[in-house]
Design a protein around this ligand. Structure first.
Ligand SMILES: C[N+](C)(C)CCCC[C@H](N)C(=O)O
Ligand SMILES: O=C(O)CCC(=O)C(=O)O
Ligand SMILES: [Fe+2]
Length: 382
């Protein structure tokens, strides 16, 4: 493994250079001479010990695990070549045989919460059974994860076909597979949905599609369409209510498929053809190809192999990763009362990271003592 001297000095993890509690950098990066070179480098039992020279003599110790975790030459994590994270399990209609599920009671324990969020992280969705069929029960479940994201729809929102909000979700029409909030600069991370009641009618089945799975199929079969969906930004708006006109910033929007700039991994799907605004920024040379690309995308989304239909009933809630799994519903008749919440993506990821430290059987139990001070000043991830 190769590291640059400046990089090593800048990343010293001793408690003088890296605050042991706040995990923030204390060393002043810009006081480090650009041509800094070590006086000595020694291999110790717990890590690499580097002694730096005057005018700022200092001893740094880099735990072996930390060095391994953060190696950039060679990279600790090879580029995924546009694949998706191996931790993710892609699925199609076959998931219906054994949909990821937890019980409300399990979710009320920390171990159960870890199981639940691990399933959401792996599959992008999870059913929750035994949920009290009330808004209070649904809110209690949501807040096990983290802050509910309040939006124009409310905090724990309720919805029925009364156009209370200027959105077709508040009608009884069918909604094709989509991700929510494409008109927000930052679409909500998780979306929880709970049908509280449905009387005097039928329909209202929930549609779920793994956007990562469909994207992988698109990339394999139609790479040029995949590229267009990965590069052409799509503007979106929500302007059905007098009190609000929402458009993502920048106004040109975001591509349907977004990729990690380092690993090139697909990390977000944004797709809602109903909420898409005027495509007035398209390069005239690609208009036909772009429409062909979204036709192919739509066809794959609607393929029987991609669609997982489930009839939700009171007591069984559903949570989806709104950056990966598309949802929709069939039309319905009668009175259908739905409640749910949006949960902040970073709250979900943070909660899972904290629970992993406690419950993940594969967690890295690094020797986290700072050899110089004996206190724990680092964790492999930071
Ligand atoms: C979920 N809740 C009922 C609150 C809002 C529904 C809004 C749907 C909107 N067209 C979108 O795709 O974001
Ligand atoms: O009515 C449903 O089942 C879902 C409607 C929808 O797309 C939403 O609430 O975001
Ligand atoms: Fe939706």
């Amino acid at each position: 493994m190769v590291s640059h001297n400046i990089w090593l000095r800048d990343h010293c993890r001793c408690s003088e250079c890296f605050h042991p509690v706040t995990k923030q950098r204390l060393v002043n990066t810009f006081d480090i001479p650009a041509d800094i070179a070590p006086l000595s480098v020694e291999s110790k039992q717990y890590g690499l010990e580097v002694t730096w020279p005057a005018p700022a003599p200092h001893t740094s110790i880099y735990p072996w695990l930390w060095l391994q975790e953060h190696s950039y030459d060679p990279p600790a994590r090879p580029k995924l070549e546009n694949a998706t994270d191996p931790e993710k399990v892609l699925w199609g209609s076959n998931i219906a045989q054994n949909p990821p599920t937890v019980t409300f009671e399990e979710a009320m324990t920390d171990q159960g919460l870890f199981e639940w969020l691990s399933k959401v992280d792996k599959f992008g969705l999870c059913l929750i059974t035994g949920v009290p069929p009330t808004t209070e029960g649904t809110e209690k479940l949501s807040e096990r994860i983290g802050f509910i994201r309040e939006t124009k729809y409310g905090k724990l929102w309720e919805m029925t076909a009364d156009l209370a909000m200027g959105d077709t979700a508040y009608t009884n029409v069918a909604l094709g597979a989509h991700t929510d909030n494409t008109y927000f600069t930052d679409p909500s991370g998780l979306q929880l949905l709970h049908v509280l009641s449905h009387t005097g009618g039928t329909g209202g089945k929930t549609l779920l599609v793994d956007g990562f799975h469909v994207a992988a199929t698109l990339k394999e079969r139609h790479p040029e369409s995949y590229t267009l969906l990965s590069t052409v930004p799509i503007p979106a708006h929500a302007a059905g209510d007098d009190g609000g006109i929402y458009q993502a910033s920048p106004k040109s929007g975001y591509p349907t498929l977004s990729h990690d700039l380092v690993t090139r991994e697909l990390y977000q799907v944004r797709w809602n053809n109903n909420d898409r605004s005027v495509m007035d920024h398209l390069d005239p040379k690609i208009v036909e190809e772009w429409y062909e690309a979204i036709r192919i995308w739509n066809r794959l989304l609607k393929s029987a192999d991609s669609e997982y239909w489930v009839q939700l009933s009171p007591g069984t809630a559903l949570i989806v990763n709104n950056h990966r799994v598309l949802h929709g519903r069939s039309s319905f008749t009668g009175r259908r009362w739905v409640c749910g919440s949006y949960i902040v993506f970073d709250e979900f990821k943070s909660k899972l990271a904290v629970l992993k430290e406690r419950f993940d059987p594969d967690r890295v139990t690094a020797d986290t003592r700072d050899p110089s001070s004996g206190s724990s000043v680092w964790s492999p991830a930071l």
